[in-house]
Design a binder for this molecule. Structure first.
Ligand SMILES: Nc1ncnc2c1ncn2[C@@H]1O[C@H](COP(=O)(O)OP(=O)(O)O)[C@@H](O)[C@H]1O
Ligand SMILES: [Mg+2]
Length: 576
């Protein structure tokens, strides 16, 4: 009997490995630049021709290699970065498999020039995995790897390459990502002789982010910092009002290692929920830290993905971090107090009953807002002006206006009320529902077939927000009870619009059915622009707004408040 199983020659095995590690020029750039960074380079230069299809060259001034190491580096599983599997836990270098150099060399015309001491250097030429020559030459300390004709000997793979611009873009992005991980290192990228990226060494992380993402985008970011259990998330997220449906950037890191994870991106987006329009995609720059044993970095051929031991925990902390950052921003936006740090605590302190005197009312009106107890936490800082809340003025029957010591604030009454109702509905619909008012005289409404179907489909929620609706035969329904969100509430009109929105799928972008319903109701039930409010009503609305998790945004992602800093006024009047 003939033998059917044979061990593959190394060259073939390397080519197979190359299929996994090196998918396109950008992945070779990634592997080579990672090696430069692992070698402690202060300067890394990348040259590409034809998007890297014909030439990729990466030069660094890192530690270099002696002759023996240089030869060894081209063998499979030759690495200086780990000695045993145990070293993988908490590994800080990018590389650890000893795969990249032999893989790249097996599918290209490859040249490695390196020197450890800055005098004597070694040059090794490899063609399709076969070493042609090993020579000595002079070179400064560091390493240059030149890769020509990537996939020249694997035409099937070569065919899968995309257009030159698209390969160039992928290579640029790979380098940009690595440049973000090491702001202390300078990077240069030349494509077909033109400089496409150049950042100096010794930048701060913020400077580097601005250099890579551009000032215009970075200006729209706000910081975040949140920790739970073994996870901590820092970084930046885009302000809700600046998020757009396209053109966003996302960058995730785990313990300083870039990785991709659509579920974490989604978790971050969930943190924005109800603060941005459902179609908008915010830019995200999130750095996760966790204990080394919580994450396995050795699960993806190109090390682009990682595995979390507690995946749900990671998602939860990301979502919370975003929510917390947006909430903190809300708190920082408007505070009654004079001066001092505009912290989360300050705004809550400002909402104590002593301050506005209506918290008790609020509490009895919405017992389900369970975190109201923190509003009276005596340990929170109290500002000097707390006993004198600002006077509220209504403008154009649409905006609520007040002045603080350092800013003017305008609140859109409809947007603000929409936010308040949305959050109240979300809290209370799950815990039994909102109070409703029985009508002495029930009214009937006519609906279309589609609308009747919508009422049926949302029957449970319709009744929980306080509408008691009964089919009356034909296309009519009788309404026996209605919610009463404010004195001028037009129940009939609200129900008609709500049902029409639901039937037409108008808030269709909302993934979650309950949230969609709450947003629709909030939009239709909220007090409208053009309605005159009493001082008491304005005060109630503002207080309830600041008790919300996301006061500065209505459910469409529009602003519910704007402010004019005093400084800005002073600038405009030439006082500064
Ligand atoms: N630019 C470089 N400077 C110094 N040493 C390098 C460089 N590139 C590769 N090496 C050496 O070659 C070894 C093999 O590289 P590689 O195949 O990428 O595997 P890994 O990075 O997983 O160790 C590395 O462990 C390192 O010792
Ligand atoms: Mg490597």
């Amino acid at each position: 009997m003939s033998r059917r199983i044979a061990i593959l020659p190394d060259a073939v095995a390397d080519q197979i490995a190359a299929g996994e590690v090196v998918e396109r020029p950008g992945s070779a750039v990634k592997e080579l630049v990672e090696n430069s960074l692992d070698a402690g380079a202060r300067h890394v230069r990348v040259d590409l021709e034809q998007g890297g299809k014909t030439l990729i060259e990466v030069s660094d001034d890192g530690c270099g290699m002696g002759r023996e190491d240089a030869v060894l580096a081209l063998d499979r599983h030759a690495t200086s970065k780990i000695r045993s599997a145990a070293d993988l836990v908490g590994i800080r270098s990018f590389g650890f498999r000893g795969e990249a150099l032999p893989a790249i060399a097996s599918v290209s015309r490859f040249r490695l020039v390196t020197s450890e001491d800055g005098n004597e250097g070694t040059e090794i030429g490899v063609t399709g995995g076969r070493v042609d020559a090993v020579k000595s030459l002079a070179r400064q300390r560091g390493t240059t790897v030149t890769v020509r004709g990537l996939f020249f000997n694997t035409p099937a793979r070569r065919k899968f390459l995309r257009s030159v611009p698209s390969e160039a873009r992928a290579a640029h992005d790979a380098l940009a990502t690595l440049a973000l991980t090491h702001p202390e290192v300078g990077f240069e990228l030349q494509i077909d002789g033109r400089s496409r990226l150049a950042v100096p060494p010794d930048q701060s992380p913020d400077e580097r982010l601005a250099a890579i993402w551009g000032h215009d985008l970075v200006k729209t970011l706000i910081p975040l910092d949140h920790g739970v259990g073994s996870f901590r998330v820092t970084g930046f997220i885009q302000r809700p009002g600046d998020a757009a449906p396209s053109g966003r950037r996302t960058q995730l890191f785990i313990n300083d290692r870039p990785f991709r994870d659509p579920f974490l991106v989604r978790a971050a987006e969930a943190g924005y929920r109800s603060a941005i329009h459902p179609g908008d995609r915010p830019s995200l720059f999130l750095k996760l830290e966790t204990a080394p044993e919580e994450v396995d970095v050795n699960v993806h051929p190109a090390k682009l993905e990682v595995r979390f031991r507690d995946r749900l925990g990671a998602e939860r902390v990301v979502e919370e971090a975003v929510r917390e950052a947006l909430g903190r921003r809300a708190a920082a936006a408007v505070v009654w107090a004079n001066g001092g740090d505009r912290t989360d605590g300050a705004i809550r302190a400002d909402s104590t009953p002593d301050v506005l005197g209506i918290l008790d009312e609020l509490r009895s009106a919405s017992p389900a807002s369970s975190d109201l107890s923190v509003l009276t936490d005596p340990s929170l800082p109290l500002g000097a002006s707390l006993s004198a809340p600002p006077a509220l003025t209504q403008l154009f029957n649409t905006y609520i206006f007040y002045a603080e010591s350092d800013r003017l604030v305008l609140i859109d009454q409809h947007s603000a009320h929409e936010r308040v109702l949305y959050e109240e509905v979300m809290t209370r619909i799950q815990s039994g529902g909102l109070p409703s008012q029985r009508l002495l005289l029930p009214f009937t409404l006519e609906f279309t077939d589609e609308e009747l179907e919508a009422i049926e489909a949302h029957g449970e929620q319709v009744s929980r927000i306080g509408f008691e609706v009964e089919a009356f035969g034909g296309r009519s329904v009788v309404v026996h009870a209605v919610p009463a969100p404010h004195p001028r509430f037009d129940a009939e009109r609200c129900l008609r619009e709500l049902v029409s929105d639901l039937a037409r799928g108008r808030f269709g972008g909302w993934a979650n059915r309950l949230e969609r319903f709450a947003a629709t109701y909030a939009c239709r039930a909220a007090i409208k622009a053009g309605e005159a409010l009493t001082e008491q009503e304005m005060r109630g609305l503002v207080t309830r707004l600041f008790a919300c998790a996301l006061p500065p945004h209505d459910v469409h992602g529009r602003a519910s408040m704007v402010q004019l800093p005093r400084e800005e006024l002073e600038r405009r009047f030439g006082r500064r």
